[in-house]
Design a protein around this ligand. Structure first.
Ligand code: SF4
Ligand code: SF4
Length: 432
């Protein structure tokens, strides 16, 4: 694609990066076929190619974002299916991230939108606040229907509906510490405890530590680690996202220097995609660029890490048929497709792949709160395809997908690592 940025504009490294990306796009439109919003809405401006044109126009003319571009960029799930499909290697992720920062800096959103986004950014990345909010949401659930009747209040209705009926007890894993294996030590990793996931389902990280320990892997929960920053990053809140990234880079760098790390294990693929991008996000910060690149190189999804280990025979072979839902951040963001299915098969599960596996379930961070209608259409389509497999349960590697699919599916939805932990001698996951 031809671009017409001025030399002065290209002096801004963010614009220069976006220009490089734009020039790779040959506007072939292959990406439209796999874009969930284009497939759902049928509008070119809700396709990757349409959004690329809108972003180019906004950046090239150096103008503030307007309602039209905000509408179409907000509808983008950042699922990155377009990047998997694109034959020209267009890095849509970095382009849309830049556009979101530009929108955040130049566009004044309607009041309710500002309040909702502000509340989400203030609450979700903090475990204590999120836990308290979920308890409050439980009380507000009976009146969710009233909020749903007013367009501007729909996000509140969605939040109330997505909140679990009960909030699990705080896990000891939330505290920093070292979890040593009882067998001979074969490796040492840090685990990202994260923000929303340990509140919604602390059993995911507990199963991970229990499984890794049984396999001889020491697991460290470093002091000072917190939210990966993805939630605010996708809102265009660059400074907040970079602050989270720096805090985590510092925490993991201390561990790398103290005892060495073979990997930074992540159990939520949405977080994994962001942490693997820290090297890029902090590339312009001389104090952090190198450390962030090292952290990104060490970041591994738990299934990606498990696949590198010499696994013993499973202790039990459950024989259950599992529909494997590959989160977008897993298959498109991190290009991890084979390992979770191979591990499940090896552990004795029969793995089925639902039709249209490339399409997002509509969760996408806070998307199911901010865009409830499109999100619900995608969820229902996903659940129909999952249920058509005839599987007994769903396995996936991202808490957002678990919450989203479980809100409509009749089958239990379980994190992949819980099933693996069970097969290799751990506890049977609740609800099976
Ligand atoms: S597939 Fe790639 S090159 Fe083709 S229009 Fe989409 S982003 Fe551009
Ligand atoms: S990230 Fe997903 S929703 Fe956004 S343009 Fe690409 S395919 Fe479409």
């Amino acid at each position: 694609m031809q671009t017409n940025f001025t030399t002065a504009q290209l002096a801004d490294p963010h614009v220069a990066e976006s220009e490089k990306i734009l020039r790779k796009c040959v506007h072939c439109g292959f990406c439209t076929a796999t874009c969930p919003t284009y497939v759902t809405l049928g509008n070119e401006l809700d396709s990757p190619r349409g959004r690329i044109y809108l972003i180019k126009d906004m950046l090239e003319n150096g103008r503030p974002a307007d309602k039209e571009i905000v509408t179409h960029i907000d509808r983008c799930l950042s699922c990155l299916a377009c990047m998997t499909t694109c034959p020209s290697g267009v890095n849509y992720m970095h382009l849309v991230d830049h556009a979101r920062v530009h929108i955040e800096k130049t566009y004044r959103r309607p009041l309710m939108d500002r309040l909702t986004r502000g509340a989400l950014a203030m609450v979700l990345p903090h475990r204590g606040r999120f836990r308290a909010a979920l308890r409050l949401a439980k009380l507000g659930r009976p009146i969710a229907g009233a909020f749903d009747k007013v367009a501007a209040l729909k996000p509140i209705a969605s939040m109330l509906c997505l909140a679990p009926a009960s909030v699990p007890a705080t896990s000891p894993l939330e505290k920093p510490g070292v979890h040593a294996p009882k067998v001979a030590r074969k490796g040492r990793v840090a685990i990202l405890t994260g923000c929303a996931q340990p509140v919604l389902d602390p059993g995911i990280n507990e199963a991970t530590v229990s499984l890794l320990n049984r396999l001889g892997i020491e697991v460290v929960v470093p002091k000072g680690e917190g939210c990966c920053g993805a939630l605010v990053h996708h809102m265009g809140r660059e400074e907040a996202a970079l602050a989270s990234a720096r805090q985590n880079v510092d925490a993991w760098t201390r561990e790398i220097e103290r005892g060495g790390l073979d990997a930074i294990v992540i159990t939520a693929s949405g977080c994994g995609t962001t942490i693997k991008d820290y090297g890029f996000m902090l590339r312009l910060d001389p104090a952090y660029a190198e450390k962030a690149a090292r952290v990104s190189a060490l970041a591994k999804d738990v299934t990606e890490y498990l696949a590198t280990l010499d696994l013993p025979e499973p202790q039990r072979k459950p024989g259950l048929t599992v529909a494997y839902h590959s989160a977008c951040s897993m298959q498109h963001g991190q290009k991890i497709t084979r390992q979770p299915k191979d591990l499940l098969t090896r552990a004795g599960f029969v793995v089925k792949e639902p039709r249209e596996g490339h399409l997002c379930c509509g969760s996408a961070g806070t998307y199911n709160i901010m865009q409830p209608e499109i999100s619900a259409r995608l969820r229902d389509r996903k659940v129909k395809n999952i249920e058509a497999t005839g599987a007994a349960l769903v396995a996936t590697g991202n808490i957002g997908c678990i919450t989203q699919i479980a809100s409509a599916a009749k089958l239990p939805v379980v994190h992949t690592v819980k099933l693996l932990d069970w097969a290799y001698g751990g506890e049977k996951p609740a609800g099976l």
